[in-house]
Design a protein around this ligand. Structure first.
Ligand SMILES: N[C@@H](CCC(=O)N[C@@H](CS)C(=O)NCC(=O)O)C(=O)O
Ligand SMILES: [Fe+2]
Length: 292
């Protein structure tokens, strides 16, 4: 089996891992889950992370074919639109992004938002296969964290985003609009049915106990060491997940990020003064600090 070259790029501000996945035979590559930098205090947007990825691609003489997202992120802006503008590569995400668009169209009261996924070049469905150079990539719908989440299985490497984190860090939350702990359990079981030595690349690492950031594990390691799966039943997992989720505040940027990410990372259009604005719905989400 052709093993892709995988480079991870860690964003310490959001604990996100961005990947460049390259075909060792053709030098074709894909970017997965690139981050557009955003400082909510100043409202400033920057492209340092995306530019570092472009530099890596240039330095290694790779050819960018795909800009992939695993799901519409709730904690950072996607740099998909920016990278497409810079490179012309195609953007893609899972087809159920349309359902996520409908949820957030209502929250933002944007009846004019096209909820057909037309903001991306390609929408993948479960089981679909495409290529990064000579590396076949199989798409696995893996909902739970969001309705639209997909895992990219590229050769012996699976990009599992926010399903399982590193084995010492359990699993992703399932309490966003459209999230489901049972669906997350089922998606995790599908991932764990991949061969034992499949390289698993996670979407976030929050450095528990102050250790260095890590993002690669294997199916065997997850089965043995991750307390959210080792020895767990579906019922116990759902109880554990829902109990933990009820204690988690919403991500700092969820209301900033979704309005950008349901448009493939394109920022809102500039108003007549040339400035772009975000929209903040009030009282739309549960999980306030005062518990309402
Ligand atoms: N403190 C972070 C939390 C981000 C967050 O909720 N991350 C999601 C993935 S998008 C998650 O699953 N977190 C699990 C956890 O915090 O236990 C923030 O405010 O951005
Ligand atoms: Fe996420």
């Amino acid at each position: 089996m052709l093993k892709p070259d995988v480079s991870g790029f860690y964003d310490p501000r959001t604990g996100s891992i961005q990947y460049v996945v390259a075909c060792p035979e053709t030098r074709a590559c894909a970017v997965i889950d690139p981050v557009l930098d955003f400082d909510e205090k100043s409202g400033s947007v920057a492209t340092a992370h995306a530019d570092a990825i472009l530099k890596h691609i240039e330095r290694h003489e790779l050819k960018l074919e795909w800009i992939l997202d695993t799901h519409p992120h709730a904690d950072h802006f996607s740099a998909a639109h920016y990278l497409k503008q810079r490179t012309g590569a195609r953007t893609a995400i899972g087809e159920h992004v349309r359902d996520v668009q409908e949820i957030w169209r209502d929250i933002y009261n944007w009846p004019q938002l096209a909820c057909d996924g037309s903001q991306w070049d390609r929408l993948f469905c479960d089981g679909e296969i495409f290529r990064i150079g000579n590396v076949p990539v199989r798409v696995m719908h893996s909902p739970g964290h969001t309705l639209a989440s997909i895992t990219y299985v590229a050769g012996d490497a699976a990009f599992i985003h926010d399903t399982l984190f590193m084995p010492d860090s359990g699993s992703a939350r399932a309490d966003f609009p459209g999230g489901s702990a049972i669906s997350l359990w089922n998606s995790i079981q599908r991932i764990l049915s991949l061969p034992d030595d499949t390289r698993l690349f996670t979407g976030h690492d929050y450095m528990p106990g102050g250790r260095e950031p890590l993002w690669e594990s294997s199916v065997a390691e997850q089965r043995q060491k991750n307390p959210h799966v080792a020895g767990q039943s579906e019922r116990d997992f759902v109880a554990l997940r829902e109990a933990r989720d009820s204690t988690l505040p919403m991500p700092k940027l969820i209301l900033h990020a979704l309005q950008v990410n349901i448009r493939a990372g394109e920022l809102p259009p500039a108003e007549d003064n040339g400035r772009r604005y975000l929209k903040m719905p009030l009282d739309a989400l549960p999980g306030s600090v005062w518990g309402t």
